[in-house]
Design a protein around this ligand. Structure first.
Ligand code: NAD
Length: 261
């Protein structure tokens, strides 16, 4: 299989996009390191079912992406176990929405730390072994907000624009080493996070589910359809493939035309 004998570490992969990427890569034979928060029993269930369904090794790290020491340990444990993190997917992310003059300082710092700085630490820790092997894939899950802004999302937009810059810089530094670094920029993705917002918004705005989806959530997305987690995972799998060896330093939208505006 395509990723047999390769190991993929995906931050924030206990739910949503990260979990879809983990399943896609496992289905192609990669050993997986899961990471993220959640109920311990549920996470163990996810870990065991990936391992069983796809016949791969699947480990879990509870490293907090706010803590550089824990991030370094997560990567070094993966290297000790599997020899290398061949495919690194920086996906963990949080959001907070507020006007900048009311934005809580600790929320701003946490968004920058989790959505941007943690990727510096994972990349720094994983790169030496990739260089030694002469093969590596770094995939950063950014956002349409790496390319455009929306009001009240100052921390998120700053972090996602930052990850675009980090992506390009790393791509240039490792271009001759068989390692690529790309960013994927989803528009609205149908994840549990987004699904959970709908009932409250229906109540608050006295709207039907369809009205919430089209006039609130998807107002800026020309297709008026959510991107699916599986579509994002398929794009990540392509970036990780040998066919994508010449694609590096790209900031690639998958946003139903949002950033074409
Ligand atoms: P999600 O909430 O379903 O998943 C986020 C994951 O990150 C979870 O596994 C969570 O446990 C983990 N996480 C959060 N804080 C963490 C921390 N401190 N340490 C370790 N793990 C942590 O969200 P999602 O929608 O799947 O988002 C995944 C990524 O995709 C994020 O970077 C997000 O910005 C990006 N994204 C999402 C959308 C969307 O519409 N859902 C759109 C564009 C970009």
């Amino acid at each position: 299989m395509e990723f047999t004998n390769k190991t993929a570490l995906i931050t924030g992969s206990t739910s949503g996009i990260g979990l879809a990427i983990a399943k896609n890569f496992a289905s192609k034979g990669a050993n997986i390191v899961l990471n993220g928060f959640g109920d311990a029993n549920e996470i163990e269930g996810i870990r065991a079912s990936i391992s069983k369904e796809y016949g791969v090794k699947c480990h879990y790290s509870n490293a907090n992406m706010l803590e550089p020491e824990q991030i370094r340990k997560m990567v070094s444990d993966a290297i000790n176990e599997f020899g290398c993190v061949d495919i690194l997917v920086n996906n963990a992310g949080i959001q907070h929405v507020a006007p900048i003059d009311e934005f809580p300082e600790e929320k701003f710092d946490a968004i920058i730390a989790i959505n941007l700085v943690s990727s510096f630490h994972t990349i720094k820790a994983a790169l030496p072994k990739m260089k030694e092997k002469g093969w590596g894939r770094i995939i950063n899950i950014a956002s349409a907000h790496a390319l455009i802004a929306s009001p009240y999302k100052s921390a998120y937009v700053a972090a996602k624009h930052g990850i675009a810059g980090l992506t390009k810089t790393v791509a240039l530094e490792v271009a001759e080493k068989g390692i690529t670094c790309n960013a994927i920029c989803p528009g609205y993705v149908w994840t549990p996070l987004v699904q959970k917002q709908i009932p409250d918004t229906m109540k608050a705005r006295n709207m039907t589910e369809e009205q919430v989806i089209n006039t609130v959530l998807l107002a800026a997305q020309p297709t008026k359809k959510f991107v699916t987690m599986e579509e994002v995972a398929a794009m990540a799998a392509y970036f990780a493939s040998d066919s994508a060896v010449s694609i590096t330093g790209t900031i690639m939208p998958i946003d139903g035309g949002w950033t074409a505006h």
